[in-house]
Write a protein that binds this ligand. Sequence first.
Ligand code: CP
Ligand code: NVA
Length: 303
Amino acid sequence: MNRKDLVSLADLSQEEVFEILETAKTLKLEHKAGARHDVLSGKTLAMVFQKPSLRTRVSFEVGMMELGGRAIYIGPDEIQLGKRETVEDVAIVLSRYVDGIMARVFAHKDILELARFASVPVINGLSDLLHPCQALADLLTVWEKKRRFESLTLAFIGDGNNVAHSLINGCAKVGMAFRIACPKGYEPDDAIVAAARQVGGRVQILRDPVEAATGADVLYADTWASMGQETEAEKRRRAFAGFTIDQRLLDVAANDALILHCLPAHYGEEITYEASRSPGSAIFDQAENRLHAQKAVLALLLR
Ligand code: CP
Ligand code: NVA
């Protein structure tokens, strides 16, 4: 793959998305068969976090280790991106020490700025706008379970947030139809939807969760209040009442529908515990696939 950064899946060609998915599949199979892949031997990844994390932090750290490299965790209080010093200076200084930067930030412009000023690859580990590594793991999970993308529809029930945006971008690349059911005022970003449609993406914005779930091959949930929106949690709980993946939605989805959730989950809100443990649920395979998808990204960008 001939590119420096992973900021948005919209930046990638369809071939590049499939290159990542193919690489992830191979690395996963070979690793499980006992192979060693020391392709990043001697390389270091800086992991900059402005927000908490379980999956992103651990999967990137383990991923680097499994590829023969190492990772340094830099928590929210340490760099204080843009406060203690400018994003530009952080990008330039980190580039003198490490071979890649993965960052989880509030403002998406901070990722863009890191990518602009760093001379090493920058990987978006979630911003307020996008979560491309999540969408790659999600696509890998759908691909493994369904063995195809064409003729499939993913129904996202909830907020038009960072995860929804990256799924819109990702679905457009692989040819899977995307539907969202959201209350008024919580739609995905117009520009992201328009750009996806421009490259042939099928994106539908609906109000009724039952209508969105009907016949869907994948049902997807994420929190109603993302990190940074804690003060809106109560208001959002009211706005999203009824936007829960539960038996009622499972009943109208395709018989073999896959249930996905990027986690962390708030059981009884965006998904019921029972739906998360139902036979179609792949939420923990999906969480595992963060590791394999990101190993592919690391191997392709940092090598
Ligand atoms: N899905 C996800 O990004 O999880 P973390 O916030 O735990 O990294
Ligand atoms: N939309 C959620 C995803 C968490 C992985 C958030 O930004 O908090």
